[in-house]
Design a protein around this ligand. Sequence first.
Ligand SMILES: *Cc1c(COP(=O)(O)O)cnc(C)c1O
Length: 367
Amino acid sequence: MNKFLELAIAGVQQLVPYVPGKPVEELQRELGIAEVIKLASNENPLGTGAKVAAAIQATLPELTRYPDGSGFALKAALSAKLKVAPEQITLGNGSSEILELVMRTFVTPELEVVFSQHAFALYPILTQAVGAKAKVVPAKSYGHDLTAMRKQIGPQTRLVFIANPNNPTGTLLDKDELEKFIASLPAHVLCVLDEAYYEFVDPAVRTESLAWPIRYPNLIIARTFSKAYGLAGLRIGYGISSPDIADLLNRVRQPFNCSMLALAAAEAALGDSDYLNQTVALNSAGMAQLTEAFKELDLPWIPSSGNFVSVDVKQAALPIYEALLRKGVIVRPVANYEMPKHLRVSIGTERENAIFINALREVLSGV
Ligand SMILES: *Cc1c(COP(=O)(O)O)cnc(C)c1O
């Protein structure tokens, strides 16, 4: 029993911590094997890009200094690329920090936060941490049911989280329905549109969401450098909103919330379109490779617009996850998302995918 539990604020007393994917080194230690494949945290399988590595090298002599707390250069680069004003941008220590800043800026314990069943695990954690009431709306075919979500929004609602595509289901909302939902929100309700996987979405169906915060000033779009840009280890993401909301988020954040290395790397990553294109191409090929295998193994999967796919193993998934671990393959069980028969698999390199498929085939046939 934690001796300080009673002193913690009410929400924190009930808090269940986020469970991250198992680190490669930990499994290597446990099994004493050299090669471990990690397809558990939707990381970029390409490794650090050359332009990012060079930017980090160039920054190393400067590390005795504080970073630029305004993130001027990165905001200028984002502004030019995304066609939004620098005043609309909030930089964060990962886009997780953007979600947290919105929560801390706007949500108090009396208020409600609406999000979908099977939505990203950080939403319930952040809601619980401030002690606000979570309204979890049942999903429709694993995706967000916007009609049902809209009905849950009342006078006490301050915030709605939408993940598009959603993690861990990979589901994508229809862009017109999504815009209609956002347009229908009352003025006292903010909406975080979490687009951590935006870059992986087929351009034919993805939203032109960056224009929305001007039309709908209560909207905050959260994006990240962790996934398609391959910078998960550095922690950098950003919010795009109306200048008024960005002003408030920037008051709440720590003055030096993004490290000098992260700022420099993100700016370099933004300019490396070859890396991004290669990432997206590798992802489509890998998605085809995995789903072909699932078809052959007669396992249903949820069609995904992200860099991962959740597969239904048609039995309790935890023992399958554990058997895969013993073969040196780390994937993600999603029972904590109310999906006890699914495993979420991140798309890896062709070779990593093949090793996973082989291991899964063996585990399912009892080898
Ligand atoms: C990975 C992820 C994020 C953010 O990750 P950061 O590394 O904090 O930028 C946000 N939302 C969803 C749905 C994610 O899967």
